[in-house]
Write a protein that binds this ligand. Sequence first.
Ligand code: UD1
Length: 422
Amino acid sequence: MEKILVKGGSPLIGEVQVSGAKNAALPILAAGLLATEGTSKFYNVPKLSDIKTISLLFESLGVKVNYKPEENTIEMDARNPLVTEASFEFVSKMRASFLVLGPMLAREGRAKVAMPGGCSIGSRPIDQHLKGFEILGAEVIQDAGFVEARSSKQLEGNTIFFDFPSVGGTQNVIMASCLAKGKTTIVNAAQEPEIEDMINFLIKMGAKISGKGTSVLEIEGVEKLVGAEYTIMSDRVEAATYMIAAAATRGDVLVKGAPYKDNVALVSKMREMGVEIEVFEDAMRVRNNLETLKPVDVKTLPHPGFLTDMQSIMCVLTLLGNGTSTITETVFENRFMHVEELRRMNAKIRIEGRSSLIEGPAHLEGTTVRATDLRSGAALIIAGLMAKGSTKIIDIYHIDRGYVDIEEKMRKLGADVRRIEE
Ligand code: UD1
């Protein structure tokens, strides 16, 4: 089993280049399924296991995929009719596989996708996606282990109101409505930059979408979409991870491929704590030489609020706070799994309802901890960098789903982070 071993104590110093965004790449690749003419080529595609999974899923749907991880490119030819069933094998690995529902339904009039098992779906329903498809005229059937959407005729534009601005729901419904008859209006749409990136690609393919970056989107259906070339935006969560790692280790790091506009909430909160952040055109320099920082209160919200994916990483920075910080999670029900692991490292954190209360400044001690999900895995690496002694992180396959070459990137900044086989 592969593990990551972190030895704490060194400040991170230097420059790091952020990779392409997983959460933009996955929906953009799904949008590529809509191209019945021409082929698509994507640049700045991150070298990640989730991208491999979606490539294999696409191949199972009859799409020709040429993924070159070392070159960060994917070429896709989706011109043949799509197989309309996505099997459990892929969906169970990655929830974002649901993003094929919208394009398959729009193109083929049918889409059947396996449900990932267990509690993950319990706490992350897809009712808003399905409601959207129904309003566009599809019939939706949910049965043991799968969900199917069908429409005997072309989907028809309509108005869809989301009860909650779901990121995946917005993306799925945009994709479904691009080939629908007439105009679709999505009200209370999610506004995340990754959605804007997907819309930019769809527009390059010939889609007619207005309202980008706002909560009301209008999509005028077109007859067909044509493959296009597109460069994926850089990963704002990866950028946040190195920014926080720099501050947490009292370092000085220039994070390149990190536009300020995508991380305004994070920068504001870090500055509130006393971290120095200098903004450049496509980069940010993060410096901290303070022993302790000011405590802070953070609440996760849909964009432009504080991103839930950065919550566990931010929690680690608040361990330097000189007093009690609170982090309130409003987007997901249960996203405090990192807390138990941080406690094992001597952090004083308690959970009250949807908030975690963090007592700083902490004196972390290295031990063996478990990456319970992708972002908590990154949070534990940063905690390891702050801790006395060595921290061993297990279940690191979560980290590989979303971080390109994390040990190498950390090592280049002077951190002692290694992958070991045990
Ligand atoms: C995406 C991101 C994920 C991020 C999340 C919120 C990808 C691949 N993943 O996930 O990293 O944490 O946005 O920024 O881009 N919900 C419903 N009904 C639905 C859909 C969602 O109740 O039909 C609820 C979910 O249970 C959750 C909340 O809405 O509590 C947010 O989910 P959503 O915005 O859909 O997130 P994802 O698209 O799954």
